[in-house]
Design a protein around this ligand. Structure first.
Ligand SMILES: Cc1cc2nc3c(=O)[nH]c(=O)nc-3n(C[C@H](O)[C@H](O)[C@H](O)COP(=O)(O)O)c2cc1C
Length: 390
């Protein structure tokens, strides 16, 4: 475990992290009228004080249309005013800070956007009850504009004092919709083979790196697999990981799942149906969850380090820095991840439960997290902001 607490380089960028631990992006829900609140800063300062080397602020939409919900934050002058202070305070607390950059694609409940963009025309099961029924296929102009939005957002965050960005290519958001054969039905050079499906995400990555420079870390969150048949597969992931390495990506954060189809594949554990029912945005949605929830939301059993077997395959495929994520729970489990050759370790729920998780593991006060993976934190993020209910 001591080896994880040694300072190390974040790829070839020249940036060093004080240890191997990263706080994974978890949608904080700490916004007022789309602007970050004081609570968001406090949340990330607590992570830095808890020995996390790099804390990731979740879901910085690159444009207003890139938001799944209209109250979410997007990167613009007003949010940046608050984010400058957040970055400063995390640095004062001894940590570094990364922003996850996202575009939701068709995964939208944002009524301000009637026809959300996606690789193809797709039925939006998730937003249908909010009246956002179909997406429209993106044109080459749309793609150029979205790529520019990501690159400009990354540059502005660099100027605001952020130490890194993480481009979200997983979990069923726009870039993951391009990568997945289930949602990318394009007939042009951006659809079909994995080489074609990954073309737009890779062009976008190149644009971000060109704008921000080789000294600025650009991480990518990528699915190992979508978690359903005929989706993005582990073989697809190997191909994309190798391509990311060639394109100069700083590190890959490995995850999995598709929020609109297999939301609990990425987390595992209990499905907090009662809370999800309360959060339903209208009667139709509440009724659907009440009657069909147990049938349509697939359950996946929680196991410590649940993505490790798949992630090992990617470790064999590339030499670049890899971040392990998924079910990190104990000192023994962390040793196992380090032995498997991962460079960094990202953690979500164990830190939501207790931001001092690592300090306590480090000094022997605990051997493992007391988080029960009840997943009530998923419900809380849509109420007053993410917190552990235990
Ligand atoms: C409440 C909650 C919110 C999440 N929000 C995001 C998010 O905004 N972006 C993202 O990439 N992953 C999100 N995740 C997934 C986590 O980053 C992580 O992949 C997952 O929780 C597994 O890690 P863990 O076992 O350490 O919790 C979220 C997870 C939870 C529990």
């Amino acid at each position: 475990m001591n080896r994880a607490f040694q300072d190390k380089a974040l790829g070839a960028t020249g940036i060093r992290l004080k240890n191997a631990f990263i706080k994974a992006a978890t949608f904080e829900g700490m916004y007022e009228h789309g602007l970050p609140t004081r609570a968001l800063t406090d949340h990330h300062v607590a992570m830095a004080k808890g020995a996390i080397a790099l804390t990731t602020v979740s879901y910085g939409a690159v444009s207003p249309e890139g938001r799944t919900f209209p109250h979410q934050m997007y990167i613009h002058d007003k949010s940046l005013e608050k984010l400058v202070k957040l970055a400063y305070e995390v640095h004062q607390a001894g940590g570094k800070v990364c922003m996850q950059l996202t575009h939701c694609g068709y995964f939208s409940k944002n009524k301000e956007v009637k026809n959300p963009m996606a690789p193809s025309r797709i039925f939006n099961k998730y937003g249908a009850m909010s009246g956002i029924i179909f997406s429209r296929e993106m044109t080459s102009e749309d793609m150029a504009a979205v790529s520019e939005d990501f690159a400009i957002a990354a540059l502005r965050l660099k100027e605001a004092g952020f130490d890194a960005v993480e481009i979200h290519m997983g979990h069923g958001y726009l870039l993951s919709q391009f990568l997945s054969p289930r949602t990318n039905k394009r007939k042009d050079e951006y659809g079909g083979s994995i080489e074609n499906r990954s073309r737009f995400p890779l062009e976008l990555l190149k644009n971000v790196i060109d704008k921000t420079g080789k000294d600025f870390p650009v991480l990518v969150k990528l699915n190992l697999s979508d978690g359903f048949r005929n989706g993005f597969s582990l073989d697809d992931c190997k191909y994309v990981a190798r391509a990311l390495e060639k394109h100069g990506c700083t590190a890959i954060v490995l995850s999995g799942g598709f929020t609109s189809k297999t939301p609990f594949y990425l987390m595992r554990g209990k499905i907090p149906l009662r809370g999800m029912l309360k959060n339903g945005s209208n009667l139709a949605e509440k009724l659907t969850i009440a009657f069909f929830g147990p049938l349509i939301i697939r359950k996946f059993r929680f196991e410590e380090n649940f993505f490790l077997d798949q992630a090992r395959e990617i470790r064999k495929a590339v030499k670049m820095p890899l971040v392990y994520l998924g079910g990190v729970d104990s000192r023994k489990g962390i040793e196992e991840i380090l032995d498997a050759g991962f460079d960094f370790i990202a953690i979500a729920r164990a830190l939501i439960h207790d931001p001092e998780f690592l300090l306590k593991l480090g000094d022997g006060r605990i051997d493992r997290s007391a988080c029960t993976r009840c997943n009530q934190c998923v419900v809380e993020m849509d109420r007053d902001g993410i917190r552990c209910v235990l």
